[in-house]
Design a binder for this molecule. Structure first.
Ligand SMILES: N[C@@H](CCC(=O)N[C@@H](CS)C(=O)NCC(=O)O)C(=O)O
Length: 225
């Protein structure tokens, strides 16, 4: 089976897929797509121009949650509990993390402080629900084994960590999430899921979403200082 992942360098949804590919040690080809000049095959595979796209042999699969479940099945199925209700709970949490990721995107797109704070409040609301759903067991979300909630949280928590010195966005009230962020950042598969300099990757995301917005102008200023 040949796996080819089409990705943008800054995309958190692509990073989820890369973490899983690295975790399971699945050989794959990584193809960087320039969002401003996508190749023809990519436009055909992803009609809305979205990444990630995982091409399995010749078949393009869209949507990170679907791709993630596919890779998990190919790799050996360690990311979800076996029991159906517990599996459904993990899927629901993955959806909640995606809503948080969208709020983070809205923070980066914000034109002004009011829009930034409104999006940050939404992010904190979602993170509060995730913190409340965490088992007391550590080090991972549900105890000693990495699960899909950890995989999808890692790119979000990493981006929040990068933004934190410029615009504080990490809720101090969520200590378990803080500890989880540190644990996930140390994982080799998370390390290998980002190419090169993480602040550069973050800058590329800001440039794509709103270079001159509330976050973009502050991020650029902090780099020059
Ligand atoms: N629901 C999708 C969301 C993917 C998504 O929003 N990807 C962004 C990049 S991070 C994208 O391709 N956006 C298209 C664009 O910016 O033109 C998934 O989970 O795969």
């Amino acid at each position: 089976m040949q796996l080819k992942l089409a990705a943008f360098d800054f995309c958190p949804y692509c990073q989820r897929v890369r973490i899983l590919l690295e975790h399971y040690g699945l050989p794959h080809e990584l193809v960087w797509i320039d969002p401003n000049a996508p190749p023809g095959w990519f436009a055909a595979a992803s009609p809305h121009g979205r990444v990630p796209v995982l091409v399995v042999d010749d078949i393009p699969i869209l949507e990170s949650a679907v791709i993630g479940e596919l890779i998990d099945e190919i790799g050996g199925g360690r990311m979800f509990p076996a029991e159906p209700v517990a599996r459904a709970q993990v899927r629901a949490l993955v959806e909640l993390v995606s809503a948080c990721q969208a709020s983070f995107g809205a923070m980066i797109r914000a034109e002004d402080e009011a829009a930034f704070i409104a999006a940050r409040d939404q992010l904190h609301d979602g993170l509060g629900q995730i913190e409340a759903a965490m088992d007391n067991a550590e080090p991972y979300f549900s105890g000693s084994e990495l699960c899909m909630v950890d995989v999808v949280l890692a790119p979000l928590l990493n981006r929040m960590h990068l933004l934190q010195p410029v615009l504080p966005c990490f809720p101090e009230a969520y200590p378990r999430l803080q500890r989880l962020a540190e644990t996930l950042a140390r994982l080799p598969e998370v390390d290998r899921s980002v190419d090169g300099d993480a602040p550069k990757v973050f800058a590329s995301m800001v440039a794509h979403l709103n270079q001159h917005g509330y976050v973009g102008s502050r991020w650029a200023g902090s780099r020059q200082a």
